[in-house]
Design a protein around this ligand. Structure first.
Ligand code: FE
Ligand code: FE
Ligand code: ZN
Length: 277
């Protein structure tokens, strides 16, 4: 089963997202848990959430991959920014329990000249403060392109974070194809080798979701600019091999390509046509 979807707006609630997903033949989706500018998040309507949980089960949806705001930086040098990151994530994880058992993806952070080692410690500190043994949500560290001082540009950095987190059975990784490519992993010519490396360093059991994006830049560019499927340096064939790879089958696949809803519908149709059940 191919679980595929795109980013949807959460402004009208869960049922609105579920219906919109169904209209474009999606059976998972991503959404931002709150406004990236910060402040308090909109309250969740428990009836809307419960209605969606039923709808998702009836329509065989895969796990959702919620996205934390981009402005969340767990390893900022400024304590106020770190506090926002901690409080927003803790609050988001409470809210995620309205739709139990899904994924919550976040960008590990930017160490802003403090060094990756300090960044890794601060990110792990935040996760040790926020994760609970009772939560049903799995928190995902996103693989990053290595733009600026981003932490998580290599599998080794992600492994170092995971190793420092006590409740790390609530932690996983989201594999962003544009970021991994920009980070220097050749998923076009050696997908098996890249996944083998992921398995050796992190363990494929930790790989929980895929962000499927083409890239405007070349291998190792450390840029992070997404392109539509087939319109970038990765290309449609390589992305089709990603969704069909035996070690990745069944994971939720989220498109973050520069598209409106019709563009997403076309990409979903194209990828379903190129998926072998
Ligand atoms: Fe992301
Ligand atoms: Fe992504
Ligand atoms: Zn990106």
């Amino acid at each position: 089963m191919l679980y595929i979807g795109c980013h949807l707006s959460s402004s009208k609630g869960y049922m609105a997202m579920g219906n919109q997903a169904a209209e474009i033949d999606a059976n998972t989706f991503a959404f931002f848990t709150r406004n990236p500018r910060g402040g308090s998040a909109k309250a969740i309507n428990p009836e809307d959430a419960a209605g969606f949980v039923k709808f998702a089960a009836e329509n065989n949806f895969g796990k959702l991959v919620a996205h934390a705001p981009y402005t969340m930086n767990a390893c900022a040098a400024d304590e106020n920014i770190r506090r926002f990151a901690r409080e927003a994530m803790a609050d988001d994880l409470v809210r995620m329990e309205a739709t139990p058992g899904n994924y919550y993806n976040f960008h590990p952070g930017s160490h802003v000249k403090q060094g990756a080692d300090v960044g890794i410690e601060l990110i792990a500190d935040q996760l040790n403060t926020v994760l609970t043994a009772e939560q049903s949500t799995i928190v995902l560290l996103e693989t990053m392109a290595g733009k600026g001082s981003e932490v998580g540009r290599s599998f080794e950095e992600l492994r170092e974070i995971i190793d420092r987190v006590r409740i790390n059975n609530k932690l996983g990784v989201c594999f962003d194809t544009c970021h991994v490519w920009d980070g220097g992993y050749d998923i076009v010519n050696d997908l098996d080798g890249v996944l083998g490396e992921f398995d050796r360093i992190i363990g494929l059991d930790k790989l929980k979701a895929i962000h499927l994006n083409d890239s405007m830049n070349s291998l190792g560019a450390h840029k992070d600019r997404h392109a539509k499927i087939g319109e970038g340096h990765i290309g449609a064939d390589a992305l089709i091999r990603v969704i069909n790879h035996p070690k990745l089958r069944g994971l939720p696949v989220i498109l973050e390509t520069p598209n409106d809803i019709e563009g997403y519908a076309r990409e979903i149709k194209f990828l379903r046509e190129n998926y072998s059940d």
